[in-house]
Design a binder for this molecule. Structure first.
Ligand code: MG
Length: 384
């Protein structure tokens, strides 16, 4: 099997209302898929969550010419080739994300050619992956409580909420969600990078009292010293990594003792190959792994295959904010029952894209995104 060509697909939709969080009002969502087409007719599927125009340029202008004619099942050596050629401008950010989407598609093809699911190729033995509902953005406490109850009714046993309000509002919001889900379900709190060390330490003590499962990203990703300082105080386990890339980036965090739970995202940090290396390093440091995902069902699935293969993999994130790239992208939608996401026994990632969804949300020109606040990326000054 040889690579014939690469296809990049940008998907975009606009919310009627959107949601509020510490970063402002989210008005739209965007994600990218990369398809690796082969001469055998098999197609590998990968996801990239980054600036869609940059992903498109890096994939089509630099990586595709390098990869056409290569055997896609040689994933690790292809990863090295892609990393070396992009190192000068890459290493973190869009280049690593683009490499990762191709890498994930190649893992999908490796599984398809061997007739094995990716989770099994990675050493896993289970057909399910623990999953948590990622939602509960900024709302009044009563509305948060109502939403949290609905997420539990939907089959989740863990929910993640967003903080960053500051002061009493943080505490009232956590109390409302904790009361709604009861003591037998877990709640995680995302700090959205909005805290000083002292505020995080004070809030962390309260979160520990509330038996919060983890405290995520209280600080900006570059502020490793604050993570290290906070980790010695009384708080729930500290989690971060959605803004980190590659083994070298995570090595710095892990060596510093900054985290208890690492959150590499296959669709951001360099694909299944690199996220697996990060997870292996985390294991040697006695840390647990809980990948970030937010963008689409391909990314969720790829991250779930990794978690399902890891002895120290805790759980995978599933966006529950009403994202059609989660709900409508796959022919067989994601199913969560009693806190577990079902994985397919089919070869590769075991997923098929819904052509009607691709057609409906496809943005023809990824280089010119309409202005908007896309949750993690903002285009246009008026949305700042
Ligand atoms: Mg987060």
């Amino acid at each position: 099997m040889r690579i014939d060509h690469l296809e990049t697909i940008t998907l975009r939709f606009e919310y009627a209302d959107g949601f509020r969080y510490a970063g402002g009002q989210c008005t739209a969502r965007v994600t990218s898929l990369v398809l690796v087409h082969t001469d055998s007719g098999q197609v590998g599927i990968g996801a990239a969550y980054s600036h869609p125009g940059l992903v498109h340029l890096i994939v089509q202008e630099q990586l595709a010419p390098l990869l056409v004619g290569e055997d896609p099942t040689e994933v690790e050596s292809l990863w090295q080739k892609m990393y070396r050629i992009t190192r000068w401008y890459g290493r973190k950010g869009a280049a690593m994300t683009a490499i990762g989407a191709i890498d994930t598609a190649c893992w999908d093809l490796r599984g398809k050619s061997l007739g094995q699911p990716v989770w099994e190729l990675l050493g896993g033995q289970r057909l399910t992956c623990p999953a948590y509902a990622s939602a509960l953005l900024w709302k009044e406490p009563a509305a948060l409580a109502e939403e949290a109850s609905k997420l539990i009714e939907r089959g989740f046993r863990r929910v993640k909420m967003r903080l960053g309000y500051g002061g009493d509002r943080d505490r009232a919001s956590v109390r409302a969600v904790r009361d709604a889900i009861g003591p037998n379900c877990d709640v995680m709190c995302d700090g959205s990078m909005r805290y000083s060390l002292e505020d995080a330490a004070s809030l962390g003590e309260f979160l520990a009292e509330q038996n919060v499962f983890w405290f995520e990203e209280p600080f900006e990703p570059e502020d490793i010293d604050s993570y290290v300082a906070l980790s010695s105080r009384v708080t729930p386990p500290l989690a971060a990594g959605e803004n980190e890339f590659g083994l070298q980036g995570f090595r710095e965090l892990i060596r510093a003792g900054a985290l208890d739970i690492v959150q590499p995202d296959v669709s951001r940090c360099g694909g299944i190959t690199e996220a697996k290396r990060v997870a292996d390093l985390a294991l040697t440091a006695g840390l647990r792994v809980a990948p970030h995902t937010w963008s689409d069902a391909v990314a969720v699935t790829a991250n779930a295959h990794l978690v399902a293969s890891l002895p120290h993999g805790i759980t995978v994130e599933v966006d529950q904010t009403g994202n059609p790239f989660i709900e409508e992208l796959l022919v067989e939608p994601l199913v969560v029952h009693d806190g577990l996401l079902s994985l397919s026994n089919a070869p590769g990632l075991g997923i098929e894209l819904n052509p009607a969804t691709l057609q409906r949300y496809r943005l023809e020109d990824p280089l010119h995104l309409p202005d908007g606040s896309y949750s993690d990326m903002i285009f246009g000054k008026s949305f700042l």
